[in-house]
Design a protein around this ligand. Structure first.
Ligand code: HEM
Length: 538
């Protein structure tokens, strides 16, 4: 291992830290002193006792004792790969983001994950999957931190601890690991009906993907894109897998999970090693940036909503190819830190209240998970754009900053000639008008319809997809201990569709209740069905 390699600007310099020490001719201590024995501790005589003065023993054991870092509070189990993103240039009229330019190639790192299980849990459980992409663009890092389901459980970030506490294993017995078949999950999602849409997607085949390579990805929130003239457009990001969308059937997922808890992780790594590089097209649905931020009656700031592709087709803007496995799981897959606030010029946020909370949460949790504020200097997190910040010191600081004036304005170190706004390539927030009003803890009235979109999803399913959804609800709810929760779940299903409610009620041996709200009158969206979903681009 060589000396520190970070320049003051965060760029890699000189000696490669990735040299594999154990392959060299001899072992050394962490300080580079050559060792003659690492198999026996220093003892007073062959039969001991072991001596406290054995500093090599102490160094070896102490380092080992501190090898683990906290797992992610959510999305703890994941698998990742390196790749390249190639822009098509088709988004030029709506965003000035340079990495989307024609034939521009950008290195990426993508981490797929389950949400609820711990680091050692099985891959093929019924759950949402994370699909997080780090684009190392020359304008700074852009992270698209999405999921394989286009909607979320909650509309406001303040509910995130609630949904996650309900979804994680019960606090008393710490079961079940990584599946939604339990009382607290169903208690929450039936009391809190804005979760209905996401839950329905989880109970569909989308909850048990065949492979990470065969999943769609979604940015979920509506973003605001900015073009070179300052014009803005609202947009939702989509990843479309070139292999099409495929799931396991439930019985298959049980077998693969039992035979190989690493099923998805292995599948991804093996495919890449064999040269079968998975590919996705990045696409956008675009909407006019009107003051209401509503499209065809759909509130674009409500992350429990999607916009059917029949109303706003997904337009391809680039191609992602994953072509290299990580060299070291811990250094890359475990230490990578995504953040929805890592944005580049041309991509801005909206006031979706879920997104706003996320912008706070990721950095906050990473300061704990990665031991202080300097994890951006870890190789996997280093931007590929020059960094010239005035962030200094802190735990695990590896940069050796020069200069004496890490503040602005200054007259000692030359300062920086440009101020934000004067530099055309700077990231400048859109000067978006905000609605004046009273400070309130309340959601807009447009957030209160929790059943139309789930009903549209149900109506869009083919018969076999419906069968799977009914079987999933029946299986999962049957595992609840509390009768009242099952009954409440049926009331929610009655508001989606009477047939769905009746069939699940039969499976639970309970009467089917009547709907409590009028059934929404919505058209099916065939694009929501995953049957036959492929995106050939050649
Ligand atoms: C982690 C997606 C909502 C807090 C993640 C990851 C993904 C993700 C993909 C894993 C990143 C990785 O691979 O390292 C989403 C999506 C959301 C959402 C698509 C909704 C649209 C939220 C909300 C919060 C939140 C509302 C909190 C207010 C976190 C935290 C982590 C995480 C704390 C762990 C980050 C880390 O330890 O590095 N999320 N999330 N997420 N998410 Fe979210």
């Amino acid at each position: 291992r060589g000396p520190a390699t970070m320049s003051p600007t965060g760029e890699a310099t000189g000696v490669d830290q990735d040299v594999v020490a154990q392959r060299d001719a001899y072992l050394t201590t962490a300080q580079g002193a050559r060792l003659y024995d690492t198999d026996h501790s220093l003892k007073a005589g062959e039969r001991g006792p072991t001596l406290l003065q054995d500093h090599h023993l102490r160094e070896k054991i102490t380092h080992f004792d501190h090898e683990r870092i906290p797992e992610r509070v959510v999305h703890a189990r994941g698998a990742a790969a390196h790749g390249v993103f190639q822009g098509y240039g088709t988004a030029a009229s709506i965003t000035k983001a340079a990495f989307l330019g024609k034939d521009v190639e950008t290195q990426v790192f993508v981490r797929f994950s389950t949400v609820l299980g711990s680091r050692g849990s099985a891959d093929t459980v019924r759950d949402t999957r994370g699909f997080a992409t780090k684009f190392y663009t020359h304008e700074g890092t852009f992270d698209l931190v999405g999921n394989n389901i286009p909607v979320f459980f909650i509309q406001d970030a303040i509910k995130f601890p609630d949904i996650i506490h309900a979804g994680k294993p019960h606090p008393d017995r710490e079961i079940p690991q990584a599946q939604s078949a339990h009382d607290t999950f169903w208690d929450f999602v039936t009391l809190h009906t804005e979760a209905t849409h996401h839950t329905l997607w989880n109970m569909s085949d989308r909850g048990i993907p065949r492979s990470y390579r065969m999943m769609e990805g979604f940015g979920v929130h509506t973003f605001r894109l900015v073009n070179a003239e300052g014009g803005t457009t609202l947009a939702k990001f989509h990843w479309k897998p070139k292999l099409g969308v495929h799931s396991q059937v439930w019985e298959e997922a049980q077998i693969t999970g039992g035979m190989d808890p690493d099923f998805h992780r292995r599948d991804l790594a093996d495919a890449i090693e064999a040269g079968a590089y998975p590919q996705w097209e990045l696409g956008v649905q675009v909407f006019p940036d009107n003051p209401e931020q509503v499209f065809e009656g759909i509130d674009l700031l409500d992350p429990t909503n999607l916009v059917p592709e029949e109303l706003a087709p997904v337009q391809p803007i680039g191609l992602l190819t994953l072509n290299a496995n990580p060299t070291n799981y811990f250094a890359e897959t475990e230490q990578v830190a995504f953040h929805p606030g890592h944005l580049v010029p041309g991509i801005d946020i909206t006031d979706d209240p879920l997104l706003t909370g996320r912008l706070f949460s990721y950095l906050d949790t990473q300061i704990t998970r990665l031991g202080g504020p300097n994890f951006g200097q870890l190789p996997i997190n280093r931007p590929h754009a020059p960094v010239n910040d005035m962030l200094r010191d802190g735990m695990h600081q590896t940069a050796v900053h020069s200069g004496t004036a890490p503040y602005k304005p200054n007259s000692l170190d030359g300062g920086c000639p440009f101020m934000a706004g004067e530099d055309v390539s700077a990231y400048v927030e859109v000067p978006q008008a905000v609605a004046a009003g009273r400070k309130v803890r309340q959601a807009p009235a447009s957030f209160s319809d929790h059943f139309s979109q789930p009903r549209r999803f149900w109506l869009s399913m083919t018969p076999v997809e419906r069968e799977h959804i009914i079987a999933a609800y029946t299986f999962e709810l049957n595992k609840c201990y509390e009768q009242a929760i099952k009954e409440r779940a049926l009331k929610v299903l009655a508001n989606i569709d009477p047939q769905l409610c009746q069939e699940v009620a039969t499976g639970l041996g309970l009467p089917a209740p009547e709907p409590t709200v009028p059934l929404a009158s919505v058209e099916p969206s065939p694009a929501l069905s995953q049957i036959g979903k492929t995106w050939p681009t050649d």
